[in-house]
Write a protein that binds this ligand. Sequence first.
Ligand SMILES: NC(=O)c1ccc[n+]([C@@H]2O[C@H](COP(=O)([O-])OP(=O)(O)OC[C@H]3O[C@@H](n4cnc5c(N)ncnc54)[C@H](O)[C@@H]3O)[C@@H](O)[C@H]2O)c1
Length: 316
Amino acid sequence: MKILVTGCAGFIGSHLCERLLEENYEVVGIDNFDDFYSRDLKERNIKSFRNNTSFELHEFDLLNQDKLNELEAIDVVIHLAAKAGVRPSIVRPSVYIDSNIKSTQNVLDFLVKQNITKYVFASSSSIYGNKSKIPFTEEDECNYPISPYAYTKKACEMMNYTYHYLHQIDTVNLRFFTVFGPRQRPDLAIHKFVSKIKNNQPIEMYGNGKSARDYTFISDTIEGICLSLDYLLKNKNVFENFNIGNHYPITLEKLIQSIYSELKSTPNVVIKDMNKAEVDITYADISKARKLLGYQPRVEFEEGIRKFISWHEKYI
Ligand SMILES: NC(=O)c1ccc[n+]([C@@H]2O[C@H](COP(=O)([O-])OP(=O)(O)OC[C@H]3O[C@@H](n4cnc5c(N)ncnc54)[C@H](O)[C@@H]3O)[C@@H](O)[C@H]2O)c1
């Protein structure tokens, strides 16, 4: 079975390719090595499997439909490539329209052209917006995204439905909740904080520290993707949204405290205004994923932080 992974050199994509290769799938990876963060980090992400004979790397932008159409004999597409990050999406929304919405349109047209009927899409907890009802369930209305990044993900989920309806593409939209662990993107809080503390720089806390995120360790996210792949392969006429979170929100002040304590360093925190596009809390109800996929997150927050720090010490 041949699986196409878009965004294969990124944080989640590189872990996923490793896991799929371990499970003896053939993997075709696409990545344009965009400048959202350094190419060196992405090259390092794929180092362990780049020369694996079951892996093929294609470097191009998904906006290039002709290049995409050259790929053949793909059984499943796992579409992770996107511009991530909430705050930069406010500054350059049109880039997010291209990288997220137009690229997904191209992937959907590719599925139809090649008669591929199994499709996993990386969505995001950010589509829930600022909700007073927690935890978030897949049935919750999410029509009020508060950042361009969030509306691109919501738009893609809707496009995916249209293609499922018109072309019988079995689809799962996986709503990831702040993923962390080795290779985490350098723009994300945990990575940024650890780097700054190790360079004896102050860290910035946005708001009063009470905002919270449902941090999910990378191996649990990857398990969620693999379980949804099994589900897609075993079932027909599928269109499902799943929360792939941890069901355990951690406040920003607790996150900061844990990192300082793990690094045995004295807190040096500068308080800044909370950004309007950042939600107050993310909190996943994972009962649907547990029931239909058998998903159960295993890595606790503190253990995940220790694993991240030991990776950071070795590689950054
Ligand atoms: N990391 C998280 O906490 C998180 C949370 C929710 C959703 N997600 C989603 O999961 C997916 C993967 O996120 P990540 O954290 O691994 O991000 P990442 O930036 O590390 O990986 C994305 C990869 O896609 C590539 N890419 C971007 N646009 C492309 C294009 N047009 N053509 C080809 N390649 C392109 C980039 O070069 C990058 O290597 C994204 O869709 C993201 O929105 C991530």
